[in-house]
Design a protein around this ligand. Structure first.
Ligand code: KG4
Ligand code: ZN
Length: 343
């Protein structure tokens, strides 16, 4: 079964071909980062328009690269949520129309299930059920018990900002690039971990929820305490030390909560996915601190991509799932509303 996957939930246009037997055959991605960077954040209307501009040429490129063509497809999967509503509508409208014109089924896929399943695109990787998943992206920070594919129990989540959002906002305060996560991580490499100690929010009380907004305020106050000179600038050293302290606090907090989640559920496999799972220090720390096997996707499949949508689409369509004709998308969509494929 050859499935085309389409991802347009935020600021990346992604398309990919996933074959049920042979795995991922090809994927192509266009990032809108340069377009949004001048505004310091994603502008939803610009995102939708750019998806419209890029989706057809990207699909042509995908078919050129893979040697396949439209007539080889058995189904089309697209991200139906959660995400920016206009951006989602572009992928859903395109996917549904294409499937209808080819007389093949279409399926709306959950973006976070796409992230969650991304490490499993590698046929070498098997994770025994149940396992715990740490989903950390620009829009979500969640700890989930995965009882089966499609059966998810929410163990904890951020009560305010998502981890990626906190990285992005802290990076903005430090005058680093956009999106801030990778820039902040790079800057933190030169930082002194002992100079500042930032709080580890909500680790002194039981539970698996997160909160990153206080850390953001703490970062702002530290920045304000150290800006100097007529132009109110931070020195490179102050910037690196603050970035390091911020990253240490986020990474430590996640390690503490992940250890708790594993203890609470009695499982010994942790899967981590989403944009922030690309963070090298987070990977290293979880590997050191957890008495568990830690699994994560290759860096290019941590952030948004079409491959993860094609993958989940192939799995669910093989079980007979279909979405009716129409452009039904959801800005919010709890992962816990999903069901086991075929049930
Ligand atoms: O999963 P993703 O591509 O999009 C959403 O579904 O939100 O995640 C994007 C987020 C951004 O906030 C970005 O700054 C963050 O992932 N990110 C990182 C790193 N790479 C991407 N955060 C920390 N360290 C990184 N290396
Ligand atoms: Zn994402």
């Amino acid at each position: 079964m050859l499935i085309l996957g389409i991802e347009t939930s935020c600021d990346e246009t992604g398309v990919a071909l996933y074959d049920s037997q042979h795995g991922l055959l090809a994927d192509a991605l266009h990032s809108q980062i340069d377009m949004h960077a001048q505004y310091g954040g994603v502008v939803p209307e610009l995102a939708s328009r750019d998806h419209i501009r890029k989706i057809s040429p990207l699909l042509e490129q995908l078919f050129d690269d893979s040697g396949h063509n439209l007539n080889d497809l058995n189904g089309v999967a697209y991200t139906a949520g959660p995400g920016l509503i206009g951006a989602l509508m572009v992928g859903a409208g395109f996917g549904q129309s294409l499937a209808w014109s080819l007389g093949i089924p279409a399926l709306g896929v959950h973006h976070m299930e796409g992230h969650l399943m991304a490490p499993l695109m590698d046929p070498e990787i098997e994770v025994p059920l149940p396992f715990v998943a740490l989903l950390v992206s620009g829009g979500h920070t969640q700890l989930v018990k995965v009882k089966a594919i499609g059966s998810y129990e929410l163990l904890g989540e951020s009560l305010d900002d998502a981890a990626g959002e906190a990285f992005d906002k802290a990076a903005k305060m430090l005058d680093l690039g956009f999106p801030g996560g990778p820039y902040l991580a790079k800057c933190a490499e030169h930082g002194d971990p002992g100079r500042f100690r930032f709080p580890r929010p909500m680790t002194d009380r039981p539970g698996l929820d997160f909160s990153f907004s206080g850390l953001k305020t703490f970062t702002l106050n530290t920045v304000n305490d150290h800006v100097s000179g007529a132009d109110h600038q931070l020195s490179d050293k102050d910037r690196a030390d603050i970035a390091r302290a911020f990253e240490e606090a986020v990474v430590d907090t996640m390690a503490i909560k992940c250890r708790r989640a594993l203890e609470q559920t009695g499982v010994d496999h942790l899967l981590m996915a989403g944009g922030v799972s690309a963070n090298a220090r987070l990977r290293e720390r979880l590997g050191e601190k957890l008495n568990a096997t830690v699994i994560y996707p290759p860096a290019q499949y941590c952030t948004d991509n079409g491959a993860m949508i094609a993958h989940v689409g192939a799995l669910r369509m093989a079980a007979g799932e279909r979405s009716p004709l129409g452009v039904a998308v959801r800005a919010r969509w709890p992962l816990t509303e999903l069901s086991v494929p075929g049930d």
